[in-house]
Design a protein around this ligand. Structure first.
Ligand SMILES: Nc1ncnc2c1ncn2[C@@H]1O[C@H](COP(=O)(O)OP(=O)(O)O)[C@@H](O)[C@H]1O
Ligand code: SF4
Ligand SMILES: [Mg+2]
Length: 352
């Protein structure tokens, strides 16, 4: 079973009827209000909504995304900043409430994290910047132990699990356990964040830009560590990145995101060698080559499309050098391409 995207075929399926998919997002949608959420603003927003005055007051972060990921595979979410990757990752792990749609793991619905407890450990997330996601005042031992502190018997049992996990991520437990996380290097912090993620024996880990905050010289080490852990523990990854080189190295499949939508999907070999969507082409053209230190996507990020007032037709139309008149009128659908069985693209250049 391979990872695949399902734009519309899943609408009728219910819980437990996921066609054998391991991890599945179905019509997942999330909008963020631009209003501050205090009591008076909420009341004010409701009045405005009742008056039909809410137009353009939301950020459409993720819009009707459906996809599946097979067990022990890696799906990469690739896209420029603001395309909705982190929000989709947070929705998949239950850290954000869905506005619409559902997430399933082995056919079982994944709920919002505050509304559940037992299944929490099955999905974990490694956040983008361990420097800010790890509590700087906690010791490494406390930090790694925290996800199992309520469930894992005695403190000594939990501590031996902490030691085991620190060893698995290549840290010497005797040296680091009593140190504060703030005393560690960027690479060590990322390893601690990974140890914290694996301690509850999850089935799925969402990895949000796992190498973007660490030194270039150790990025490959961390990626290789993630691959080793995946093989050892049969882990399923959803890896978020803006870097096509990371996507190529890690991905079994790549989904390219633009303004909350998946615009292209395929294998690294197919998608990165022959990108079809003009947005994917621009991303790859402006990404640094291996070893360069230029900021990725500088060229395409210079004029980002507003996520608040979206065009009626294709969301890439205002930036697209190939735009046609129909691109302004209708939104293209993600559809299979003729060249590769799994590849899909959302662009009128490849469909009627
Ligand atoms: N909590 C939030 N409140 C309001 N807007 C948000 C929030 N989180 C994300 N957004 C907006 O949603 C869009 C997608 O953001 P994000 O998922 O972080 O994208 P990416 O990870 O691809 O950079 C952006 O326009 C961002 O500003
Ligand atoms: S649908 Fe039209 S505007 Fe959108 S990417 Fe394709 S050619 Fe460009
Ligand atoms: Mg992000």
């Amino acid at each position: 079973m391979t990872a695949e995207l399902k734009e519309s075929t899943l609408a009728g399926l219910e819980e437990g009827d996921t066609g054998g998919a391991f991890l599945e997002a179905r019509h997942v949608t999330k909008r963020f209000s631009l209003h501050k959420r205090g009591f008076w603003t909420r009341l004010f927003s409701r009045r405005k909504a009742a008056n039909g005055d809410q137009k353009g007051r939301f950020v459409s972060a993720v819009d009707d995304v459906s996809l599946t990921v097979s067990r022990a595979e890696t799906l990469v979410l690739l896209g420029e900043s603001g395309s909705g990757k982190t929000t989709l990752g947070r929705l998949m792990v239950g850290l954000e409430r869905l506005d619409m749609g559902k997430i399933f793991l082995e056919g079982k619905k994944v709920g919002y994290v505050r509304d559940r407890s037992s299944e929490r450990g099955r999905l974990q997330m490694v956040f983008q910047d361990p420097g800010s996601s790890l509590d700087p005042y906690l010791s490494v031992a406390d930090c790694v132990r925290e996800p199992i502190s309520k469930s894992h018997g005695s403190k000594s049992e939990a501590n031996s699990k902490v030691r085991e996990c620190l060893g698995l991520v290549g840290l010497d437990a005797n040296t680091v356990m009593s140190r504060r996380t703030s005393e560690l290097s960027g690479g060590q912090k990322q390893r601690v964040a990974i140890a914290r993620a694996i301690i509850s024996e999850p089935q799925v880990i969402i990895l949000d830009e796992p190498t973007s905050s660490i030194d270039v010289s150790i990025q490959a080490q961390v990626l290789n560590l993630l691959i080793d852990l995946q093989k050892m523990k049969d882990l399923t990854y959803v890896l978020i990145t803006h870097d096509p080189n990371v996507a190529r190295f890690m991905g079994d499949y790549i989904a390219v995101m633009h303004l909350g939508k998946i615009v292209e999907y395929g294998t690294p070999e197919g998608l990165l060698a022959k990108p079809k969507h003009p947005y994917t082409q621009a991303l790859l053209a402006s990404a640094p080559k291996l070893g360069e230190l230029l900021p990725a996507f500088a060229a395409v990020s210079a004029d980002p499309q507003s996520v608040i007032v979206l065009p009626k037709g294709c969301r890439y139309e205002p930036r697209c050098p190939f735009a046609m008149s129909k691109c302004k009128e209708r939104e293209p659908r993600l559809s299979p391409t003729s060249e590769e069985p799994t590849s899909q693209v959302s662009c009128f250049l490849y469909q009627e």
